[in-house]
Design a protein around this ligand. Structure first.
Ligand code: 5AD
Ligand code: FES
Length: 348
């Protein structure tokens, strides 16, 4: 029964919403293994055993938003706030370049200090110093005009997780002043402006159901993102969700395999959250169909402060150590980190 759904997904790159829900609800170790095997084969056909790296620079933990799950939400008074200077961001990128990174991800809270003017100057300098690198932004919701200005100065990609494709669930994860419609508007604007766009969601967020995950999968099927970031929800002690349980490695890996089969060329990270809830979580994610890892390039003295969830890993290591650690982990399972921008393989 479930095998039939796996076959259909593999052949058609999609299922009905109710079928996705059934695939998730009735999953077994056997169906997960079959999906992972198919996902791995499909990914190998496109990318071989290459794993792409992105150098993650966490530029600010100051955020105007108050998402209920997030450790850097504005009402967390225990969060010690920081903002990197443009010079220090450029230093991180220079160090990353020497280590072989060809993509930099500037990620941060929605910090008003990073105006279009300041970001454009920063992106322009980054592209001048490293013209062979891709610049990915992950800075939350901005206006169409802002996305257009950043794109015009050279930003190549933008990550903005949709968080959930179910409106009612979205509203249980966010305060009333945030809107599902604006989130989706941002993703469409980014696509229209020619960015390579990443969406994504948390697995196992409080009270999430298989029916809601099925909507996420339908959304991915229709939106066809270039990247898709999924990782387990992990509670943070200073948020309203402190007492909730974390998502699982098992369900996250299952969904990674499904997403790989829905959209074979998608760039799919084995996330830090996955590595946080299981010491071999990222290896398991790669084996399930992921093909990207994102080692931390932030200055070591701020890493603990960019704490979206409890016990986040990679906060004590230098950038070079983090890169070597992931190199060893990937080699250990038969994959190879490559020095490459890691663009999505077209045509698709
Ligand atoms: N657990 C897991 N992921 C989280 N994020 C934020 N808070 C948490 C948490 N507690 C994710 C969100 C956001 C991304 C930057 O980090 O999906 O989009
Ligand atoms: Fe960062 Fe292992 S990947 S320390």
């Amino acid at each position: 029964m479930i095998d039939t759904l796996v076959d259909k997904l593999w052949a058609q790159h999609g299922l009905e919403e109710a079928e996705y829900a059934r695939l998730i609800e009735q999953r077994t170790d056997e169906s997960a293994a079959l999906l992972a095997q198919r996902a791995d084969a499909v990914r190998r056909k496109i990318y071989g055993n290459a794993v792409f790296v992105r150098g993650l620079i966490e530029i600010s933990n100051i955020c105007k938003n108050d998402c209920l799950y997030c450790g850097i939400r504005r009402s967390n008074a225990n969060c010690s706030r920081y903002r990197l200077t443009p010079e220090s961001i450029l230093d991180c990128a220079d160090e990353g370049y020497a280590l072989g990174f060809r993509t930099f991800v500037l990620q941060g809270g929605e910090d008003a200090w990073f105006t279009d003017e300041r970001l454009c100057a920063l992106i322009g300098e980054l592209k001048t110093r490293h013209p062979d690198c891709a610049v990915t932004l992950s800075l939350g919701e901005r206006s169409h005009a802002s996305y257009a200005a950043l794109r015009a100065t050279g930003a190549d990609r933008y990550l903005l997780r949709h968080e959930t494709a179910d409106r009612a669930h979205y509203e249980t994860l966010h305060p009333a002043e945030m809107s599902y419609d604006n989130r989706m508007r941002c993703l469409r604007d980014l696509r229209e402006l020619g960015y390579q766009v990443g969406c994504g969601f948390m697995v196992g967020s409080p009270r999430q159901t298989a029916a809601e995950l099925a909507k996420d999968l339908k959304f991915i099927e229709s939106f066809r993102p270039d990247m898709c970031g999924i990782g387990p929800f992990v509670p943070h002690r200073d948020t309203p969700f402190r007492g909730e349980s974390a998502g699982t490695v098992e369900l996250t890996c299952f969904l990674l395999s499904v997403i790989r089969l829905i959209h074979p060329p998608v760039l799919l990270p084995a996330t830090t959250a996955l590595g946080t809830i299981d010491p071999r979580g990222r290896e398991k994610g790669i084996l399930a169909g992921a093909n990207v890892v994102m080692p931390n390039l932030s200055p070591v003295n701020v890493r603990k402060k960019y704490e979206l969830y409890d016990n986040k890993i990679c906060t004590g290591e230098e950038s070079a150590q983090c890169k070597d650690c992931l190199n060893d982990r990937m080699r250990g399972i038969g994959y190879e980190i490559v020095t490459d921008r890691g663009d999505i393989r077209k045509p698709y």
